[in-house]
Write a protein that binds this ligand. Structure first.
Ligand code: ZN
Length: 437
């Protein structure tokens, strides 16, 4: 994303810090855009060298504090970085940058209908299955919520025409990250669900159906939250009170009911597993919250304090760019943590990342929340050294670690309660199997 214009009233040191972060994020993105190009054009190598040079410029070239040409220097660097972005994007287009909307067409619409009807059939899941996923006491609530999910999906299908490109209603075809089959967005009219075109494959409509159950659960009158996702089976360890509130529980039930491929065995209740659960929980909340904050609102204020982007001082454009960069940084953290990360206890703290493998985080033995804090620090340091995040690693780590204070106001109590639970509950408590159901 291009850097915003340097505001005219530029006088504050904070502004430089913000632009520095934004430029690191932008140039890091450009470097990875070039590195990931499938068929790089001849000029790609030269552009990669220019990006590396620009990264050095931002680190070295700003005039010392108090010099009169400091403002000019900042404007020059911003213009150069944006020009470089234009060249890189012309040479190596960003995947999914094309925002054209297209209709489903009859063949894909039929597949969508099949996936929706599979997803709606989950309301017929038998009590023992529901009780084993949600806990016995939650069975009636979970069943009511499954009925609501089916109604939401049926309504979205009614709002979708095979021949018309959707726009913020019903189901909408949209370029989503490759790993995401569907994505719900709330709107004043009740919300819509975006569908990744690649998810409409006859061979894997079960997979899409389970994703639809997850996404529709976010559109309920009392929406679910993403506290912990399915990979690794850690969500099974969440306290029973959070089960009907967590979207992955509904998705997992759907996967079990529809026998949609592999379903995750519950993680063991060891202290390491709980630390990993806390890590996943905080990173997930921090990612969701960063996505909220890309739109202006009062929730931005405490986070702006942490990152030195008070909108009154830096202007709305710079603040918005910073929050967009925060979300990009959280995407990097999230994709690292969601890839079957392991966490072990040992004296020498470190993070190793085998090529294309899952991160292996080693932290000193500690209660789950303290171990998660150490892991968050290592992850942010790792990504910042790789140039994947523009923020100072300590600032980003603090945002994730203190997410209970930055989260949606309605969730603060639940998030803080979970963290207390994590350190106080005996290891192993809270798994659906442990209550004998
Ligand atoms: Zn979700």
């Amino acid at each position: 994303m291009p850097l915003p214009a340097v505001p005219d009233s530029y006088a504050d040191v904070d502004l430089e810090r913000a632009f520095y972060v934004l430029a690191q994020q932008q140039l890091g993105d450009l470097a990875s855009q070039l590195a990931k190009a499938k068929a790089p054009p001849p000029e790609a190598a030269g552009l990669a060298r220019q990006v590396a040079a620009a990264q050095r410029t931002w680190q070295e070239d700003l005039a010392p504090l108090g010099e009169p040409n400091r403002n000019q220097q900042l404007r020059k660097n911003v213009a150069a970085a944006n020009e470089l972005e234009r060249k890189v994007t012309a040479a190596v287009p960003r995947p999914g940058a094309d925002g054209t909307r297209e209709p489903f067409g009859s063949a894909r619409f039929e597949m969508l209908k099949t996936a929706v009807s599979m997803a709606c059939s989950v309301t017929g899941a038998e009590n023992p299955l529901i009780a084993s996923v949600f806990g016995t006491g939650n069975e009636p609530a979970a069943r009511r919520r499954l009925t609501e999910i089916a109604e939401i999906l049926a309504k979205r299908l009614e709002q979708t025409s095979p021949g018309i490109a959707g726009d913020q209603a019903g189901f909408v075809l949209a370029a989503l990250p490759a790993t995401m089959k569907a994505l719900a967005s709330t709107t004043p009219k009740g919300g819509y669900i975006r569908i990744q075109p690649n998810a409409l494959k006859d061979a894997d409509l079960h997979g899409l159906a389970t994703a639809l159950v997850h996404e529709a659960s976010h559109l309920m009158a009392q929406p679910t939250v993403d506290y912990a996702y399915r990979p690794g089976g850690l969500f099974h360890l969440l306290p029973a009170s959070l089960a009907p509130r967590n979207a992955a529980h509904f998705e997992y039930l759907a996967a079990q009911f529809l026998s949609a491929g592999r379903t995750e065995a519950p993680a063991d209740g060891s202290a390491q597993a709980k630390a990993l659960l806390v890590l996943q929980f905080k990173v997930t909340r921090a990612w969701v919250r960063a996505s909220d904050l890309t739109s202006p609102g009062p929730g931005r204020i405490p986070v702006a304090g942490l990152f030195h982007v008070d909108p009154d001082k830096v202007g709305l454009a710079v603040a918005t760019a910073m929050f967009t960069a925060l979300f990009a940084a959280m995407e990097a953290v999230m994709s690292l943590v969601q890839r079957n990360t392991t966490l072990t206890f040992a004296a020498a703290e470190r993070l190793t990342m085998p090529a294309d493998g899952a991160a292996q985080v080693t932290v000193a033995q500690a209660p789950p929340t303290a171990a998660a804090t150490a892991a968050i620090d290592l992850i942010c340091l790792h990504l910042s050294r790789q140039g994947r995040v523009g923020f100072r690693h300590l600032d980003l780590a603090k945002y994730i670690d203190d997410i209970a204070s930055y989260d949606r106001p309605g969730l603060a109590g639940e998030v803080a309660g979970f963290l207390r639970w994590a350190d106080s509950a005996p290891v192993g408590l809270g798994t659906p199997d442990s209550d004998g159901a």
